[in-house]
Ligand binder design. Structure first.
Ligand code: GDP
Ligand code: GDP
Length: 465
């Protein structure tokens, strides 16, 4: 049983464009000229592993007379009646208009389940509009760009619980209400590759380079810049408080965050500040991928451990880069020791890449770039529900869950609720009684089976009913 999503909103906000993207065929016409699409159209949508029906409520466009409001009401009401959920779209570049407010009213009165989307948000020009959208009182707006395919992750996250609700309803009303983990339940499995949102010029990959003073952060960033002359944008690190640099590193659009190092690059005569936790925190919060830069001579100092742990707790993809490798001899032995120390001191980052580099000579920088890209991809990974549940069945068989007080905990069903970092929900009996060791068994298994080394993985146990 799947659900129906209606896309509603005033003309020209981008409804048909999103509809096309979800349906994947040019079913709806798109045009700059208002008035191209007519009335309601329906299509079968897919988003990641979700399947649902989508309704595009165009057809209001040619109402230039006073009847606009009335027609809009009727059409929106019809769409709302057909739908289980409404995606209410505004144009973030324009902001909230009086017509948008009329829509918001209709939706509120209909008491429908509404997802608010601020579309055309691919550039900063949309920032103000996104903020304004909060005022509609329909919750947090999704920052969307139907045209560029951005924000679909967030749309997915909001649709997932709805989809689950309908799946549950289907189970409840179906002939067999006993939900056992049987392979047959997941037979019609179509393993859809979820599209990883690759960095674009509009949304560069956000990388933070953190580490103690003198680890070599500014040398590293200068080296990357030296090899890439495509430094662009007004934020290019030449102002005093610049904390970010926009670069294309090996053709990947990136924004690199650093605090102290950046100031030195700007040759501002300032004493190099100690990297305070708050500086580090700020850079980490901005980042998708965090590179913890260590000095090979003094690796894994307290401050390094703290920032790496912080990055993990914030759910960022983490890479350990050991710098000044050019002056190390006995490299093999040293590397072995480093890996041992890493596993012992940062077990929470098990499997995260450890790369040796020399910011000075540039050695290892390509490997660092590739490690960043891989970590980013893993961090964005989505595992199809069917594959997940087949895997879970195997895990349960291999090592059944514990039975506290003689009652075996039943794990019924599992789904990935989010990515960036990957988060999974396990439906089970007595979620509060689940021992950490069993959760760890599952998390480690997920890492291995679905190739997600090093990324923070969140596992949520949820009871049913
Ligand atoms: P509808 O009337 O709401 O169905 O809007 P359309 O889908 O026909 O889009 C109206 C115009 O907005 C078209 O020119 C689209 O190319 C453009 N558009 C749609 N989505 C986006 C977006 O995310 N960003 C930008 N910049 N333009 C978009
Ligand atoms: P930051 O405080 O983290 O920005 O560190 P800097 O980039 O200012 O580097 C601190 C010192 O380490 C400087 O003297 C650099 O020349 C030196 N350094 C940085 N990277 C390397 C490297 O890869 N090899 C060697 N031998 N020295 C380096």
């Amino acid at each position: 049983m799947s659900f129906t999503l209606a896309i509603v909103g005033r003309p020209n906000v981008g409804k048909s464009t999103l509809f096309n993207r979800l349906v994947g065929k040019k079913l709806a016409l798109v045009d700059d000229q208002p008035g191209v699409t007519r009335d309601l159209r329906e299509g079968e949508a897919r988003l990641g592993d979700l399947r649902f029906t989508v309704v595009d409520s165009a057809g209001l466009e040619d109402a230039t007379d006073n009847s606009l409001e009335g027609r809009m009401r009727r059409l929106t009401e019809r769409a709302v009646e057909m739908a289980d959920v409404c995606l209410f779209m505004i144009d973030a570049r324009v902001g909230v208009t009086p017509t948008d407010e009329i829509f918001a009213d209709i939706l509120r009165k209909k008491n429908s389940h509404v997802i608010l989307a601020a579309n055309k948000s691919e550039s900063n020009a949309a920032d103000a509009g996104v903020l304004e959208a909060w005022n509609l009182g329909l919750g947090e707006p999704i920052r969307l760009s139907g045209e560029h395919g951005e924000g679909l992750n967030d749309l997915y996250s909001q649709l997932l619980p709805i989809s689950e609700k309908f799946e549950e309803m289907a189970e409840e009303t179906g002939p067999e209400t006993d939900v056992s983990l049987d392979d047959d339940d997941f037979e019609d499995d179509e393993e859809v590759e979820y599209e990883i949102p690759m960095p674009t010029d509009h949304k560069p990959l956000q990388v933070a380079v953190v580490g103690r003073p003198n680890a070599g952060k500014s040398t590293l960033i200068n080296k990357i810049l030296g090899e890439d002359r495509l430094l662009t944008g007004p934020e290019a690190g030449i102002t005093r408080d610049a904390i970010s640099l926009r670069i294309n590193w090996n053709d990947t659009p990136m924004r690199i965050f650093d605090t102290a190092g950046m100031r030195k690059k700007a040759k501002v005569q300032e004493k190099l500040e100690k990297l305070s936790v708050s500086d580090g925190l700020r850079a980490v919060k901005f980042a998708e991928v965090v590179v913890v830069l260590l000095d090979a001579a003094i690796p894994f100092e307290q401050q390094d451990l703290r920032i790496a742990d912080l990055a993990e707790r914030e759910g960022r993809a983490v890479i350990i880069a050991v710098n000044k490798w050019d002056i190390e001899d006995e490299k093999q032995e040293k590397l072995k020791n480093l890996k041992e120390a890493f596993n012992r001191l940062l077990p929470q980052l098990r499997g995260a890449p450890l790369i040796t580099v020399s910011a000075k000579t540039g050695r290892g920088l390509d490997r660092l770039h590739d490690a960043i890209m891989r970590a980013y991809t893993t961090w964005n990974r989505r595992v199809p529900t069917s594959a997940l549940n087949r895997w879970l069945a195997g895990m349960l068989e291999q090592h059944p869950p514990p039975a506290p007080q003689g009652k075996r905990i039943k794990l019924r069903y599992m789904t990935q609720a989010k990515s960036r970092p990957p988060g999974f929900v396990v439906m089970c009996s007595h979620p509060d009684k689940m021992p950490d060791s069993y959760s760890r068994y599952l998390v480690n298994g997920l890492r291995e089976s679905f190739d997600m080394p090093g990324t923070p993985i969140r596992l949520y146990m949820r009871g049913q009913g």
